[in-house]
Write a protein that binds this ligand. Structure first.
Ligand code: HEM
Length: 408
């Protein structure tokens, strides 16, 4: 069967990019997609180097949007775009912003702090995923989506049954689905309403903590922001939004794909069921084999040379960490799913300065979710890939709208 031409927003590439990876790894070059106007990296060495390259920015290239488009984006997404507009930042501003963000969030995301959440996360998982114990069929994506949102709501300190927690949990799933060139107007409208609702909730909660601080993430962020030179109080909400953006859909999709992979590899599933101590390594292998991140986005500040190719300054570069995990030069026989594979060098949580700050929290949630599924998934449960509904328009994640699983 011939492979349709590579397009980052095609269903083929989104649902099963592995045949494309094989082709790109054999060629060993960056791919320039003229119609889409961006460069693509899939080889392990290129991905690792470009992820944390001194001449690359995380902000979109100024040439990517016209002035009009940028104004329209800013009007719709003031919180998200305020720091993203205007192209390359002066000097080290972007790097400093990132250092500040990491400093502000670090205390709440250290391994020791996160470990203490295990019992809370176990309860959240048991509550959300209980239906797998009795239902014939469940939609895995919908089943698990409440877990990361509820965990973050609890970290933030939103009272579980309060109205703000309810708005937060209802608006959450739509929040980030309005960004991207191919998103429908209807999805944009829904996302915009969700964003306003979420930001209103956060604003109220921040206000309440200012007069009466508590022992929760919002209060800690307020305190850190107040104590950090050069940060103003207006930075609190954008910082919390970064967390939501980074920590919810990533976890939902990673878990869904992990369950699919396990159901498609019953021998490895049973091996894991019998040997739970393998879970930490299995999680990394699941992320290598079928990761949820489609691309990390960068733009070049200057011309960047890579093994004889030159990416011109002001170009958009999309980096596939999933592709890197399928590079046979680093991961032998990448098509073999092996929960005991040596995964030192995994790039699934990024690389370098921007390495995922929530990796311990993400791994703990994945561990608790998978443990629950391993306890309760009946033998013979299955997912039919033909029934999965993908949303290929998402540039950053391999978005799945629906993934029905037959349980019994
Ligand atoms: C399985 C779930 C997750 C995956 C696959 C994942 C993956 C990643 C990746 C690849 C990056 C690097 C992005 C880049 O270089 O452009 C990143 C950054 C980040 N992640 Fe995660 N992440 C997950 C869960 C979380 C969670 C639960 C949180 C927190 C609640 C979180 C917070 C962050 C933050 C704050 C950054 C930005 C760090 C910086 O800019 O310095 N992530 N994540």
């Amino acid at each position: 069967m011939t492979l349709p031409p590579f397009h980052p927003f095609s269903l083929e590439y989104t649902a099963n990019p592995k045949p494309y990876f094989a082709q790109f790894h054999a060629e060993g070059r960056l791919v320039e997609h003229e119609e889409f106007g961006a460069w693509f990296a899939h080889d392990y060495d290129a991905v690792r180097a470009l992820c944390d390259h001194p001449q690359m920015s995380r902000r979109p290239s100024v040439t990517q949007y016209s002035e009009e488009e940028m104004e329209a984006r800013l009007a719709r997404w003031p919180i998200l775009d305020a720091r993203m507009s205007g192209g390359p930042p002066p000097e080290d501003e972007e790097y400093n912003d990132q250092l500040v963000l990491r400093k502000v969030l670090a205390p709440d995301f250290r391994p020791g702090t996160i470990r203490k959440l295990a019992a809370t996360i176990r309860d959240v998982v048991a509550k959300h995923c209980a239906p797998i114990q009795w239902e014939q069929e469940v939609d895995i994506v919908k089943l698990v989506q409440g877990v990361p949102l509820t965990v973050i709501a609890q970290l933030l300190g939103l009272a579980e049954s309060g109205p703000n927690a309810e708005i937060f949990l209802t608006a959450g799933p739509d929040f980030f689905r309005g960004i991207g060139p191919l998103v429908s107007d209807e999805a944009k409208d829904r996302a915009e309403a969700a964003a306003h609702a979420m930001i209103q909730v956060l604003a109220e909660e921040v206000e309440a903590r200012r007069t009466a601080p508590r022992d929760d993430l919002i209060s800690h962020v307020i305190e850190e922001v107040d104590q950090t030179e050069g940060m103003d109080p207006g930075e609190v909400i954008p910082t919390l939004v970064v967390l939501l953006a980074a920590g919810t859909d990533t976890t939902r999709l990673t878990t869904s794909l992990a369950i699919k992979t396990l159901l498609e590899h019953p021998d490895e599933l049973e091996r894991l069921r019998a040997n739970r101590e393998l879970l930490p390594n299995a999680i990394l292998e699941l992320m290598r084999y079928e990761g949820a991140t489609k691309f990390l986005a960068r733009s070049t500040l200057e011309d960047v040379n890579w093994k004889g190719q030159t990416i011109p300054a002001q170009s958009s570069v999309l980096i596939s960490i999933l592709g890197a995990g399928w590079d046979p030069r680093v991961f032998e026989a990448p098509e073999r799913f092996d929960i005991t594979r040596d995964l030192r060098g995994s790039l699934s949580f990024g690389f370098g300065r921007g390495y995922c700050m929530g990796s311990h929290l993400a791994r703990l949630q994945l561990k608790e979710l998978l443990d629950f599924f391993l306890d309760h998934l009946p033998v013979g449960a299955s997912v039919d890939p033909a029934q999965m509904v993908w949303d290929p328009s998402n540039a950053f994640l391999r978005e799945i709208r629906s993934m029905p699983a037959q349980l019994r």
